[in-house]
Design a protein around this ligand. Structure first.
Ligand SMILES: [Zn+2]
Length: 405
Protein backbone atom coordinates (compact mmCIF):
# COMPACT_ATOMS: atom_id res chain seq x y z
CA UNK A 1 0.00 0.00 0.00
CA UNK A 2 2.96 2.30 0.59
CA UNK A 3 3.78 2.32 -3.14
CA UNK A 4 0.21 3.01 -4.11
CA UNK A 5 0.08 5.96 -1.76
CA UNK A 6 3.45 7.22 -2.97
CA UNK A 7 2.39 7.16 -6.58
CA UNK A 8 -0.72 9.07 -5.82
CA UNK A 9 1.19 11.59 -3.73
CA UNK A 10 3.58 12.38 -6.58
CA UNK A 11 0.63 13.13 -8.79
CA UNK A 12 -1.11 15.33 -6.32
CA UNK A 13 1.42 17.55 -4.58
CA UNK A 14 0.10 20.72 -6.14
CA UNK A 15 -1.12 24.05 -4.85
CA UNK A 16 -4.87 24.62 -4.73
CA UNK A 17 -5.96 26.50 -7.83
CA UNK A 18 -8.10 28.89 -5.83
CA UNK A 19 -5.20 30.60 -4.01
CA UNK A 20 -5.18 34.10 -5.45
CA UNK A 21 -2.89 37.00 -4.97
CA UNK A 22 -4.79 40.16 -4.26
CA UNK A 23 -3.51 43.59 -5.26
CA UNK A 24 -2.69 45.89 -2.34
CA UNK A 25 -4.77 48.58 -4.00
CA UNK A 26 -7.85 46.45 -3.94
CA UNK A 27 -7.30 45.84 -0.20
CA UNK A 28 -7.23 49.56 0.45
CA UNK A 29 -10.33 49.92 -1.69
CA UNK A 30 -12.19 47.41 0.41
CA UNK A 31 -11.30 49.36 3.57
CA UNK A 32 -12.21 52.70 1.96
CA UNK A 33 -15.47 51.31 0.66
CA UNK A 34 -16.46 50.52 4.23
CA UNK A 35 -15.16 53.75 5.80
CA UNK A 36 -16.82 55.95 3.16
CA UNK A 37 -20.17 54.24 3.38
CA UNK A 38 -22.07 55.62 6.41
CA UNK A 39 -24.93 53.14 5.97
CA UNK A 40 -22.49 50.20 5.92
CA UNK A 41 -20.69 51.56 9.00
CA UNK A 42 -24.04 51.83 10.81
CA UNK A 43 -24.99 48.25 9.88
CA UNK A 44 -21.56 47.01 11.03
CA UNK A 45 -21.91 48.84 14.34
CA UNK A 46 -25.29 47.11 14.80
CA UNK A 47 -23.70 43.78 13.89
CA UNK A 48 -21.12 44.32 16.64
CA UNK A 49 -23.98 44.91 19.07
CA UNK A 50 -25.72 41.70 17.93
CA UNK A 51 -22.46 39.81 18.44
CA UNK A 52 -22.08 41.35 21.94
CA UNK A 53 -18.68 42.81 21.10
CA UNK A 54 -19.50 46.49 21.52
CA UNK A 55 -17.77 46.68 24.87
CA UNK A 56 -14.64 48.18 26.39
CA UNK A 57 -12.35 45.23 25.56
CA UNK A 58 -9.85 46.41 22.94
CA UNK A 59 -8.81 43.01 21.63
CA UNK A 60 -10.95 40.62 19.62
CA UNK A 61 -10.49 37.10 18.27
CA UNK A 62 -12.64 35.78 15.46
CA UNK A 63 -12.48 32.00 15.29
CA UNK A 64 -13.71 31.97 11.69
CA UNK A 65 -13.68 28.38 10.53
CA UNK A 66 -15.82 25.74 8.89
CA UNK A 67 -17.76 23.49 11.31
CA UNK A 68 -16.31 20.27 12.73
CA UNK A 69 -12.65 21.21 12.52
CA UNK A 70 -11.99 21.47 16.27
CA UNK A 71 -12.97 25.11 16.65
CA UNK A 72 -15.35 24.60 19.59
CA UNK A 73 -12.51 23.32 21.79
CA UNK A 74 -10.41 26.29 20.77
CA UNK A 75 -13.24 28.75 21.50
CA UNK A 76 -13.98 27.25 24.92
CA UNK A 77 -10.28 27.29 25.84
CA UNK A 78 -9.91 30.91 24.72
CA UNK A 79 -13.02 31.90 26.64
CA UNK A 80 -11.91 30.28 29.88
CA UNK A 81 -8.38 31.67 29.77
CA UNK A 82 -8.71 34.97 27.92
CA UNK A 83 -12.24 36.40 28.25
CA UNK A 84 -10.89 39.18 30.46
CA UNK A 85 -8.62 40.38 27.62
CA UNK A 86 -10.35 39.34 24.39
CA UNK A 87 -13.82 39.37 22.95
CA UNK A 88 -14.13 35.95 21.33
CA UNK A 89 -16.44 35.39 18.36
CA UNK A 90 -17.03 31.95 16.84
CA UNK A 91 -18.43 32.10 13.34
CA UNK A 92 -18.61 29.67 10.41
CA UNK A 93 -20.24 31.73 7.66
CA UNK A 94 -22.74 34.44 6.72
CA UNK A 95 -25.67 32.04 7.18
CA UNK A 96 -24.72 31.79 10.84
CA UNK A 97 -24.71 35.61 11.07
CA UNK A 98 -28.29 35.65 9.79
CA UNK A 99 -29.61 32.92 12.03
CA UNK A 100 -27.82 33.78 15.26
CA UNK A 101 -27.50 37.56 15.02
CA UNK A 102 -30.21 38.54 12.52
CA UNK A 103 -27.33 40.16 10.58
CA UNK A 104 -28.02 40.49 6.85
CA UNK A 105 -26.16 41.85 3.80
CA UNK A 106 -22.83 41.96 5.64
CA UNK A 107 -19.91 39.58 5.27
CA UNK A 108 -17.83 38.17 8.08
CA UNK A 109 -14.77 39.72 6.40
CA UNK A 110 -16.44 43.15 6.60
CA UNK A 111 -17.11 42.69 10.33
CA UNK A 112 -13.45 41.74 10.82
CA UNK A 113 -12.24 44.83 8.91
CA UNK A 114 -14.75 47.08 10.68
CA UNK A 115 -13.35 46.13 14.07
CA UNK A 116 -9.88 47.08 12.86
CA UNK A 117 -11.25 50.39 11.52
CA UNK A 118 -12.72 51.30 14.93
CA UNK A 119 -9.36 50.67 16.55
CA UNK A 120 -9.59 47.13 17.93
CA UNK A 121 -6.65 44.77 17.89
CA UNK A 122 -8.00 41.95 15.71
CA UNK A 123 -6.99 38.30 15.41
CA UNK A 124 -8.60 35.77 13.05
CA UNK A 125 -8.04 32.05 13.57
CA UNK A 126 -8.90 29.07 11.39
CA UNK A 127 -8.18 25.34 11.76
CA UNK A 128 -7.52 22.63 9.20
CA UNK A 129 -8.81 19.11 9.78
CA UNK A 130 -8.23 16.11 7.53
CA UNK A 131 -11.12 15.45 5.12
CA UNK A 132 -12.34 11.96 6.00
CA UNK A 133 -12.53 12.63 9.75
CA UNK A 134 -14.20 15.96 9.14
CA UNK A 135 -16.78 14.42 6.79
CA UNK A 136 -17.64 11.74 9.34
CA UNK A 137 -17.96 14.34 12.08
CA UNK A 138 -20.10 16.57 9.84
CA UNK A 139 -22.39 13.64 9.00
CA UNK A 140 -22.84 12.75 12.66
CA UNK A 141 -23.46 16.34 13.70
CA UNK A 142 -26.93 16.15 12.15
CA UNK A 143 -27.42 12.42 11.81
CA UNK A 144 -30.53 12.12 13.96
CA UNK A 145 -32.13 15.42 12.96
CA UNK A 146 -31.34 15.83 9.28
CA UNK A 147 -30.20 12.57 7.70
CA UNK A 148 -32.49 10.31 9.74
CA UNK A 149 -35.41 11.58 11.71
CA UNK A 150 -34.78 9.29 14.64
CA UNK A 151 -33.87 9.58 18.27
CA UNK A 152 -30.33 8.36 19.08
CA UNK A 153 -31.77 5.30 20.84
CA UNK A 154 -33.74 4.36 17.70
CA UNK A 155 -30.73 4.99 15.52
CA UNK A 156 -28.70 2.52 17.54
CA UNK A 157 -31.04 -0.22 16.28
CA UNK A 158 -30.28 0.55 12.62
CA UNK A 159 -27.88 -1.75 10.81
CA UNK A 160 -24.50 -0.04 10.74
CA UNK A 161 -24.00 -1.18 7.11
CA UNK A 162 -26.98 0.94 6.07
CA UNK A 163 -25.65 4.02 7.85
CA UNK A 164 -22.23 3.49 6.26
CA UNK A 165 -23.83 3.13 2.83
CA UNK A 166 -25.74 6.38 3.28
CA UNK A 167 -22.57 8.17 4.36
CA UNK A 168 -20.67 6.85 1.34
CA UNK A 169 -23.41 7.98 -1.04
CA UNK A 170 -23.18 11.59 0.15
CA UNK A 171 -19.43 11.51 0.96
CA UNK A 172 -18.29 13.83 -1.89
CA UNK A 173 -20.72 16.58 -0.92
CA UNK A 174 -20.19 17.01 2.83
CA UNK A 175 -17.57 18.71 4.98
CA UNK A 176 -15.87 20.56 2.13
CA UNK A 177 -14.17 23.95 1.86
CA UNK A 178 -11.62 25.89 3.86
CA UNK A 179 -12.19 29.40 5.13
CA UNK A 180 -8.52 30.44 5.22
CA UNK A 181 -7.88 29.47 1.58
CA UNK A 182 -11.30 30.13 0.09
CA UNK A 183 -12.81 32.98 2.07
CA UNK A 184 -10.18 35.05 3.90
CA UNK A 185 -9.43 38.06 1.74
CA UNK A 186 -5.65 37.95 2.25
CA UNK A 187 -2.55 36.88 0.39
CA UNK A 188 -1.70 33.30 1.32
CA UNK A 189 1.74 31.73 1.50
CA UNK A 190 2.63 29.48 -1.43
CA UNK A 191 3.15 26.56 0.91
CA UNK A 192 2.33 25.67 4.48
CA UNK A 193 5.28 25.98 6.93
CA UNK A 194 5.30 22.31 8.03
CA UNK A 195 8.13 22.79 10.52
CA UNK A 196 6.63 25.84 12.18
CA UNK A 197 3.23 24.06 12.18
CA UNK A 198 1.08 27.14 11.66
CA UNK A 199 0.63 30.20 9.48
CA UNK A 200 0.69 33.69 10.94
CA UNK A 201 0.08 36.56 8.54
CA UNK A 202 -0.52 40.22 9.31
CA UNK A 203 -2.55 42.13 6.74
CA UNK A 204 -4.35 45.45 7.23
CA UNK A 205 -2.85 45.29 10.73
CA UNK A 206 -5.04 42.21 11.40
CA UNK A 207 -3.33 38.99 12.43
CA UNK A 208 -4.54 35.85 10.65
CA UNK A 209 -3.53 32.50 12.15
CA UNK A 210 -4.07 29.08 10.58
CA UNK A 211 -3.67 26.03 12.81
CA UNK A 212 -3.97 22.32 12.07
CA UNK A 213 -6.00 20.03 14.29
CA UNK A 214 -3.21 17.45 14.11
CA UNK A 215 -0.98 19.95 15.96
CA UNK A 216 -3.46 20.65 18.76
CA UNK A 217 -0.85 19.48 21.28
CA UNK A 218 1.23 22.52 20.20
CA UNK A 219 -1.59 25.06 20.26
CA UNK A 220 -0.86 26.16 23.81
CA UNK A 221 2.67 27.22 22.85
CA UNK A 222 1.57 28.73 19.54
CA UNK A 223 -1.20 30.79 21.14
CA UNK A 224 1.03 31.82 24.01
CA UNK A 225 3.49 33.22 21.44
CA UNK A 226 0.92 34.80 19.16
CA UNK A 227 -1.64 36.10 21.67
CA UNK A 228 0.58 36.50 24.73
CA UNK A 229 -1.77 34.49 26.94
CA UNK A 230 -1.35 31.47 29.18
CA UNK A 231 -3.82 28.88 27.92
CA UNK A 232 -4.67 25.20 28.30
CA UNK A 233 -6.59 23.53 25.48
CA UNK A 234 -9.78 21.89 26.69
CA UNK A 235 -11.48 19.19 24.68
CA UNK A 236 -15.03 20.38 24.15
CA UNK A 237 -18.04 19.20 22.18
CA UNK A 238 -16.57 15.99 20.95
CA UNK A 239 -19.06 13.65 19.34
CA UNK A 240 -18.03 10.93 21.79
CA UNK A 241 -19.62 12.91 24.63
CA UNK A 242 -22.98 13.32 22.92
CA UNK A 243 -26.12 11.11 22.92
CA UNK A 244 -25.14 9.62 19.54
CA UNK A 245 -21.86 8.38 21.02
CA UNK A 246 -22.79 4.67 20.77
CA UNK A 247 -23.63 4.73 17.08
CA UNK A 248 -20.70 7.07 16.33
CA UNK A 249 -18.23 4.72 18.02
CA UNK A 250 -19.72 1.74 16.19
CA UNK A 251 -19.48 3.58 12.88
CA UNK A 252 -15.81 4.45 13.38
CA UNK A 253 -15.04 0.85 14.31
CA UNK A 254 -16.69 -0.60 11.18
CA UNK A 255 -16.14 2.10 8.60
CA UNK A 256 -14.04 1.30 5.58
CA UNK A 257 -13.64 3.89 2.88
CA UNK A 258 -14.44 2.91 -0.72
CA UNK A 259 -11.24 2.96 -2.72
CA UNK A 260 -12.62 5.51 -5.17
CA UNK A 261 -13.35 7.97 -2.34
CA UNK A 262 -9.81 7.61 -1.07
CA UNK A 263 -8.48 8.28 -4.57
CA UNK A 264 -10.51 11.48 -4.62
CA UNK A 265 -9.20 12.46 -1.19
CA UNK A 266 -5.59 12.16 -2.28
CA UNK A 267 -6.33 14.81 -4.92
CA UNK A 268 -7.89 17.14 -2.34
CA UNK A 269 -6.26 20.56 -2.79
CA UNK A 270 -6.56 21.40 0.91
CA UNK A 271 -4.91 18.17 2.04
CA UNK A 272 -2.14 18.80 -0.47
CA UNK A 273 -1.62 22.31 0.86
CA UNK A 274 -1.72 21.68 4.59
CA UNK A 275 0.06 18.33 4.78
CA UNK A 276 3.68 17.76 3.80
CA UNK A 277 4.32 14.86 1.35
CA UNK A 278 5.36 12.64 4.28
CA UNK A 279 2.35 13.58 6.36
CA UNK A 280 0.05 12.87 3.40
CA UNK A 281 1.59 9.47 2.79
CA UNK A 282 1.13 8.56 6.42
CA UNK A 283 -2.46 9.81 6.47
CA UNK A 284 -3.42 8.01 3.25
CA UNK A 285 -1.64 4.82 4.25
CA UNK A 286 -3.60 4.66 7.48
CA UNK A 287 -6.77 4.75 5.39
CA UNK A 288 -5.51 2.39 2.68
CA UNK A 289 -5.52 -0.25 5.35
CA UNK A 290 -9.23 0.41 5.82
CA UNK A 291 -10.64 0.43 2.28
CA UNK A 292 -13.68 -1.32 0.86
CA UNK A 293 -15.06 -2.02 -2.58
CA UNK A 294 -16.44 0.92 -4.47
CA UNK A 295 -19.98 2.18 -4.24
CA UNK A 296 -21.73 4.64 -6.49
CA UNK A 297 -22.27 7.98 -4.78
CA UNK A 298 -25.19 10.24 -5.53
CA UNK A 299 -24.80 12.42 -8.60
CA UNK A 300 -24.93 16.18 -7.91
CA UNK A 301 -28.61 16.20 -8.94
CA UNK A 302 -29.40 13.20 -6.77
CA UNK A 303 -27.70 14.92 -3.84
CA UNK A 304 -29.79 18.04 -4.45
CA UNK A 305 -32.90 15.87 -4.23
CA UNK A 306 -31.53 14.22 -1.06
CA UNK A 307 -31.02 17.65 0.52
CA UNK A 308 -34.48 18.75 -0.57
CA UNK A 309 -36.10 15.73 1.06
CA UNK A 310 -34.08 16.10 4.28
CA UNK A 311 -35.07 19.76 4.55
CA UNK A 312 -38.73 18.97 3.72
CA UNK A 313 -38.79 16.18 6.29
CA UNK A 314 -37.55 18.60 8.90
CA UNK A 315 -40.16 21.20 8.08
CA UNK A 316 -37.59 23.64 6.67
CA UNK A 317 -35.70 23.94 9.95
CA UNK A 318 -32.48 25.92 9.60
CA UNK A 319 -29.48 23.68 9.96
CA UNK A 320 -26.90 26.15 11.12
CA UNK A 321 -24.60 24.41 13.54
CA UNK A 322 -25.41 25.66 17.01
CA UNK A 323 -22.50 24.95 19.28
CA UNK A 324 -23.04 24.08 22.88
CA UNK A 325 -19.89 25.25 24.52
CA UNK A 326 -18.58 24.39 27.94
CA UNK A 327 -18.17 28.16 28.21
CA UNK A 328 -20.87 30.26 26.55
CA UNK A 329 -18.71 33.39 26.76
CA UNK A 330 -20.81 35.69 28.97
CA UNK A 331 -18.56 38.33 30.56
CA UNK A 332 -20.77 39.23 33.55
CA UNK A 333 -19.20 39.19 37.01
CA UNK A 334 -20.80 35.85 37.97
CA UNK A 335 -19.44 34.09 34.86
CA UNK A 336 -16.00 35.69 35.24
CA UNK A 337 -15.74 34.53 38.88
CA UNK A 338 -16.69 30.99 37.90
CA UNK A 339 -14.35 31.10 34.89
CA UNK A 340 -11.38 32.20 37.00
CA UNK A 341 -12.01 29.39 39.48
CA UNK A 342 -12.24 26.82 36.66
CA UNK A 343 -9.10 28.16 34.95
CA UNK A 344 -7.19 27.70 38.23
CA UNK A 345 -8.49 24.11 38.55
CA UNK A 346 -7.43 23.31 34.97
CA UNK A 347 -3.95 24.74 35.51
CA UNK A 348 -3.66 22.49 38.57
CA UNK A 349 -4.39 19.50 36.32
CA UNK A 350 -8.15 19.00 36.73
CA UNK A 351 -9.47 17.08 33.69
CA UNK A 352 -13.21 17.44 34.20
CA UNK A 353 -14.36 20.91 33.30
CA UNK A 354 -17.58 22.27 34.74
CA UNK A 355 -19.63 24.24 32.23
CA UNK A 356 -20.02 28.01 32.48
CA UNK A 357 -23.62 28.93 31.73
CA UNK A 358 -24.83 32.35 32.77
CA UNK A 359 -27.99 31.28 34.63
CA UNK A 360 -26.10 28.63 36.60
CA UNK A 361 -23.19 30.94 37.39
CA UNK A 362 -25.64 33.64 38.53
CA UNK A 363 -27.52 31.24 40.86
CA UNK A 364 -24.24 29.95 42.29
CA UNK A 365 -22.94 33.45 42.96
CA UNK A 366 -26.18 34.50 44.68
CA UNK A 367 -26.11 31.32 46.76
CA UNK A 368 -22.47 31.91 47.76
CA UNK A 369 -23.17 35.50 48.68
CA UNK A 370 -26.23 34.50 50.72
CA UNK A 371 -24.10 31.96 52.59
CA UNK A 372 -21.51 34.63 53.39
CA UNK A 373 -24.28 37.04 54.38
CA UNK A 374 -25.88 34.47 56.68
CA UNK A 375 -22.56 33.62 58.29
CA UNK A 376 -21.86 37.28 59.03
CA UNK A 377 -25.39 37.82 60.38
CA UNK A 378 -25.12 34.73 62.58
CA UNK A 379 -21.80 35.83 64.07
CA UNK A 380 -23.21 39.30 64.69
CA UNK A 381 -26.31 37.91 66.35
CA UNK A 382 -24.15 36.17 68.90
CA UNK A 383 -22.96 39.54 70.15
CA UNK A 384 -26.18 41.48 69.82
CA UNK A 385 -29.61 41.03 68.35
CA UNK A 386 -29.96 41.97 64.70
CA UNK A 387 -32.88 44.27 65.49
CA UNK A 388 -30.57 46.50 67.51
CA UNK A 389 -28.38 47.13 64.49
CA UNK A 390 -29.17 50.14 62.33
CA UNK A 391 -29.88 49.17 58.67
CA UNK A 392 -27.08 51.51 57.49
CA UNK A 393 -24.51 49.58 59.50
CA UNK A 394 -25.24 46.27 57.82
CA UNK A 395 -22.33 44.62 56.09
CA UNK A 396 -24.28 44.13 52.85
CA UNK A 397 -27.84 44.29 51.49
CA UNK A 398 -30.06 42.01 49.43
CA UNK A 399 -29.56 44.39 46.49
CA UNK A 400 -25.80 43.84 46.67
CA UNK A 401 -26.29 40.10 46.80
CA UNK A 402 -28.23 39.87 43.56
CA UNK A 403 -26.26 42.59 41.71
CA UNK A 404 -23.84 40.48 39.71
CA UNK A 405 -23.30 42.69 36.65
ZN1 LIG B 1 -22.92 35.64 32.86
Amino acid sequence: MDNAANEIMNESNKMPTNIKKEENNSKQNVLNNIINNPLKMKCLCEANTSLHINNSLNKIIFVYSKPKVGSTSLVTSLRIFASNIFNIVHIHDEEMLKVLGNIHDITVNEIILYNKIIGKQVYVIDIYRTPIERKISTFFEKINTYHYMAEPEQLEKYKIEHIIERFNKIFPYIGNGDNFLDVYDIEKPQSFPYDKKYISITENDIKYIKLRLKDSHSWETILQDELKIKIKIIRDYETTSKPINTIYTKFKKHYKIPFKHLEDIQKCSYLNYYYSPDEKIQYLNDWYNKTSSNIISFTPDEFKLYEYICIENNNHATFVQLNHYLDEGCICKACQIKRNAIAKQILKGEQRVERIFHEEAKSELIENRLNVFNKIMNSLSKKQTIQQKKPNNRITTMKNIVDFR
